[in-house]
Each structure stands twice: as C-alpha cells, then as structure tokens.
Ligand binder design. Structure first.
Ligand SMILES: NC(=O)c1ccc[n+]([C@@H]2O[C@H](COP(=O)([O-])OP(=O)(O)OC[C@H]3O[C@@H](n4cnc5c(N)ncnc54)[C@H](O)[C@@H]3O)[C@@H](O)[C@H]2O)c1
Length: 430
C-alpha cells in the first residue's frame, strides 16, 4: 500500500510502473510509448487543412496525438484566413500560432528558435493544393505527412520526390490502411513465403455515398472530389482506388508491369469517374484487379483484399479489421485475430497493436501507426542518426509517385478502350 501511494505521487515512478506493467503483459508497442526518446519531448505538428466542417484533418490530429508523441502546435486550417483562425481553438492552437495561410505558417515557424518551431507539417487539404504546400514545407526543411493522392498529377509527384530526396526531411503519405496490424501481419507472412508465390490480388474499395449528384448540394467533400480542377484527372479512382492499389502493393511487394483500365461515370452530368476496374499484370506473372465504386447502394467504406498464393490464400476487410482469414486446400480455414500476444503474430503486427486481443482497434489506431512509424524516423533525423528513407514501414514519397502513375495510366488506358499500358516505375519498391 505504501509503495502504491508513492507511485501515485511520483510522475517518474508512475512512468516506470506503467512501462513495467505493459512489458509484463507484453502489450505490443505500449512499452515504446512515451516522449520520443532520446529526443524526450513531443513533436510539434503544424496542420494545413482541418478547418471547421472538414473531414480528415481531425483524424490526422487525433492519430498524431494518440500515443502522446505529438501536439498540434500550429495550423493554417482553412483556405479562408478568417475561418482558419476561427478553427484554431478546436485544436487548442494558441492565437499566435493560428495562421491565415500555409505560407504565413511556414514563414513564421521557420523564424522561430529550434525549441519552439514545428517539427512537421500535416497536409489534409484537397488534392490540388498538396504539391505547393508539400514542396514549400520540404524546401523550408520541415518533415511532412501528406494525405493521398500525393499531388494533382505525376509531374508534380516526380518533382516533389526529387525535392524530398535532395533534402533530409521525412516524408510520409497517409495510406492509412497500411497501418492495420493484420495488414502488417499479411505483409510479413507473404514476405516470409507462408503463402508461396503470389499469383493473384483482388482489391476493392466500394462506397455508395455518390450514388446521387451530392455535389449539386452543399456537400463540400463531394463538390471538390467531382471537380477535375481540384480532384485531378480521376474521381473515384484518384480518391479511393489508389488506396486499394497501394494495399495490394504494400501487402505483397509485387512489382507492377502493365495496366488496363475501364473507368465509368454512371451519374449523368458528373465530370469524373465514379466507378472503375483495372487489371494489373505484375512482373512475376501475377494478375491483379482493383475495383472501386462510389455508386454502390448501401456500401460504406468497404476496402477489402484477397490474395492467392501457391501455398495459401488470405482475405482481409477493413470494415472488420481485427480479423483475417487464411485458407489452404485440405485444411480448416484459419481466422487470425489481432492479438499482440499470440505466438503466430508477426513482430510488425504485434508492434502495431495498442490493446490486448478482443478490444477492437480501428481506423484511428491504424492511422496512428503510420504516424508512429514516421515519428520514429523524425526522431532519428532530429538526433542525427541514420535513417532509412526508401524501404520504410510507412508509405513514403515513392509510393506517392507510384500512386500518381497508377492514376495517370488508368485514365489513359480507359481513354484508349482499356489498352494495356506500362505500369513499371523506377521508384516502385518491394
Ligand atoms: N487517408 C484517408 O483515408 C483519407 C480520407 C479522406 C480524405 N483524404 C484526403 O484528405 C484530403 C482532404 O479531404 P477531406 O475529405 O478532409 O476534405 P475536406 O473538404 O473535408 O477538408 C479540406 C480542408 O482543407 C481546407 N483547405 C483547402 N485549401 C486550403 C489551403 N490552401 N490552406 C489551408 N486549408 C485549406 C478546407 O478549408 C477544409 O478545411 C484529400 O486529399 C483527400 O483525398 C484521405
């Protein structure tokens, strides 16, 4: 009882006790949580986008701060300077760090002393703005976490990748589905050969929210996503098929070779595709398909993937993310659950868990795992340590280039009645 009282009074003892508790129970990455040792402080986040009424900015702020490793310090939260400043209290951003534009934020933050200025910029704005914000942030020496698709077109993506390469900044892309523990489990099982040679990948991203012309109402998320000047050359395929394609690439590491794609706009008058299917030939001879829809009645956020190998097959669905089915002919079907303590859980999957099995983890936690991997690299950069910038756990600028190449080739192939076009890119990584 005396010891317990002492622990409750002392923050230092509390921290030691909590680490000892978590280590004893082997609660995955819990024992790694803290304040970014050896930096020993929280990373300071400057957010662009995320103003009142927006969607993904709030998710970024929660994901970044989930493990107590970051704090939202500054923001240029809206394209409208007044709304930007008015949104700052929602994130507890102080008045002097609430900026009217991202240019003001980068300029003012660059002039602050090292121990005050932001460490990274999170870009959570519509697609057409990503490039200018990201390039300016990289050139000013700030780490970046950018939402997908990385840029408006491939040329911008390649320019950005070169700028990142020539700098020493950490650049992460929030393909957040890569952060689910069972996605990382699949990746590690495939890499170790458990499924044999991979021969087929079927990935889908099926939604129904744009079944009607929602863009004609006041719905701003629908408005910019269906506007080619803001979304880019593709609608549904730029917005969500890129996630499904990235998921297959992330899980299997198979390198793409060629693509054939059909895009359709089913809602009359809509300016961009709202449905499509792509077939991908991989360099090892495997075949992949990516189907994405925004017009399927009743479908919410149904990202799913099936992978067939010579020794086994797996299936995962993000609407039920804590389960993965693995099958092999002649054997009972296996249901893997997210379980940091199970002997069959791979190290990367265990490290991506925060809770024991049976306590559902979901979208925020997966998003936070992308941030956590990027934070490890940011801490290493701040400490001057060696940093892996190509084969990262988190999706990086090269994956962003690949995503933009995928979009470009889908649109071009579709224009040519699903002609086969190249999909090999020098930046593609296993
Ligand atoms: N990773 C994911 O799962 C996921 C999910 C949804 C959206 N996204 C991506 O996130 C981005 C934003 O999507 P959303 O649905 O949150 O959009 P949104 O329309 O809800 O929010 C965009 C926000 O950015 C602000 N903004 C626009 N231009 C700005 C500028 N120049 N400076 C500062 N703020 C500016 C807007 O005022 C708004 O607050 C898109 O690129 C989208 O593709 C990713």
């Amino acid at each position: 009882m005396h010891i317990l009282k002492q622990i409750l009074r002392s923050p230092k003892l509390q921290s030691i006790a909590s680490r000892a508790f978590c280590t004893t129970l082997n609660y995955g990455s819990y024992d790694k949580m803290g304040i970014n040792a050896p930096l020993n402080r929280k990373l300071r986040m400057g957010m662009v986008g995320g103003g009142q009424g927006s969607f993904i900015g709030r998710v970024h702020s929660i994901a970044a701060c989930l493990d107590n490793r970051a704090v939202v310090t500054a923001g240029a939260l809206s394209s409208n300077p007044e709304r930007s400043k008015a949104s700052a209290p929602d994130y507890a951003i102080s008045e002097d760090r609430a900026y009217g534009s991202y240019e003001d934020m980068l300029d003012a933050e660059s002039k602050l002393p090292d121990d005050q200025r932001i460490d990274f910029v999170s870009i959570t704005t519509p697609n057409h703005t990503h490039f200018e914000v990201a390039l300016a942030a990289v050139e000013a020496g700030f780490n970046v976490v950018c939402d997908k698709p990385m840029t408006f077109d491939l040329a911008q993506a390649e320019t950005l990748a070169k700028a990142v390469e020539q700098s020493d900044v950490i650049f992460a892309l929030s393909h957040n589905y890569t952060g689910y523990p069972l996605v990382r489990q699949a990746r590690e099982m495939i890499a170790s050969g458990e499924l044999g040679e991979i021969q087929a990948i079927r990935s889908n991203y099926i939604q129904g929210w744009l079944r009607t012309r929602l863009e004609d109402s006041d719905q701003k998320q629908a408005a910019w996503r269906t506007d080619p000047t803001k979304s880019g050359a593709a609608g549904c395929f730029g917005d969500i098929a890129t996630h499904a394609y990235n998921l297959g690439r992330y899980m299997t590491g198979l390198l793409p070779d060629q693509i054939s794609c059909h895009l359709k706009t089913f809602e009359p008058g809509r300016k961009l595709d709202d449905y499509g299917t792509a077939v991908i030939r991989y360099q090892n001879g495997a075949l992949g398909t990516v189907t994405a829809s925004q017009i399927s009645h009743g479908r919410e956020n149904d990202v799913s993937i099936e992978i067939d190998g010579t020794k086994g097959a797996l299936q995962w669905r993000q609407e039920n993310p804590n389960e993965m089915i693995v099958r092999a002919n002649g054997q009972p079907h296996k249901i893997y659950t997210r379980d940091p303590n199970a002997p069959h859980t791979t190290p990367g999957a265990a490290a991506a868990c925060r809770l024991p099995s049976g306590h559902p983890e979901g979208f925020f936690e997966a998003f936070a795992n992308v941030y956590a991997s990027a934070f490890d690299a940011m801490v290493a950069r701040a400490e001057g340590g060696p940093i892996e910038r190509v084969n990262t756990i988190y999706p990086n600028v090269n994956d962003g280039v690949e995503g933009m190449y995928f979009i470009q080739q889908c649109v071009e192939s579709s224009k040519q009645d699903a002609a086969w076009l190249p999909l090999k890119h020098e930046r593609a990584r296993r």
